[in-house]
Design a protein around this ligand. Sequence first.
Ligand code: FE2
Ligand code: FE2
Length: 219
Amino acid sequence: MATRTQNRQSNRATSNRTTSSRSDTTRSRSRDNRSAFSWGDGAGPVIAAALGGMAIGLAANYGRKALMQGMEAAVGDWDEILAAEHDVALAIFDKMLATDESQTFKRKMLLMKLTHALDKHAHQEEMVVYPALREAGIRVEADQLETEHGEVKTYLYQLQDIGPDAPNWLEKVREFRALISRHANMEEEEVFPRFKQELSEDQDARITSLVNRDGFWMA
Ligand SMILES: [Fe+2]
Ligand SMILES: [Fe+2]
């Protein structure tokens, strides 16, 4: 005759078997419902949220670019936009020159800002203005200016390479600023005015529009 303890253990075993068999059935049913290409329950809203987030991100980026380039377009013609960008770059140089060796984070941030500003600026000139200069017969100057853009990239590389706490960091920035200042002067005082004189109003507007379009994608 079974004791009460033996009965309890037996009942528990039966109950466990029942529970286990129920959960096996549930697992099996849920496996059956999931095909190889099913995203499973609840994935829809997650994907929708991810796509929504991506759309918001793209819209925000588009808005930021539109704002940045819209502000530049308000400056005026292509030559005025580029001259304003020269001023922005020179102002970043001045902030860099006002730092000391202990401000490594600030130096890194300013170098990043300068790199982005010069990259966008060079792209607009190399993709629109310099080719237009060559077409107008101002080839030697266009080639010289484009070669100097190569030197600009070399300075950016060297500043990145030596690091913000290098003892010659400021000296390098000073040399770099002098190059940009000379280069900007040649464009603003010599090459661009000579080219602009030869442009009709329509051609001038066309170059402004192309510079703005290029700047929008690079912003
Ligand atoms: Fe340039
Ligand atoms: Fe320039």
